[in-house]
Ligand binder design. Structure first.
Ligand code: SF4
Ligand code: SF4
Length: 59
């Protein structure tokens, strides 16, 4: 699972465009968020210009 740190996100929208599962959508207030359709491919994390997306350990 991946998570977007909205404190770092600059809302460029790139991750939303490149996610193969369309799992990234604008957050209701600010930034973007990843939903349950994420398959943890890591593409968004590799391509975020400000490194705002990181892998989290699922519990
Ligand atoms: S690619 Fe990074 S900075 Fe751009 S919208 Fe996604 S999380 Fe935010
Ligand atoms: S890890 Fe892959 S599937 Fe998950 S949100 Fe990022 S680009 Fe989409």
């Amino acid at each position: 699972m991946f998570k977007i740190n909205i404190d770092q996100c600059i809302e460029c929208g790139f991750c939303e465009k490149i996610c193969p599962k369309e799992a990234i959508k604008p957050h209701s207030s600010y930034g973007y968020e990843i939903d349950i359709n994420c398959i943890s491919c890591g593409l968004c994390s590799k391509n975020c210009p400000v490194n705002a997306i990181s892998k989290i350990i699922s519990t």
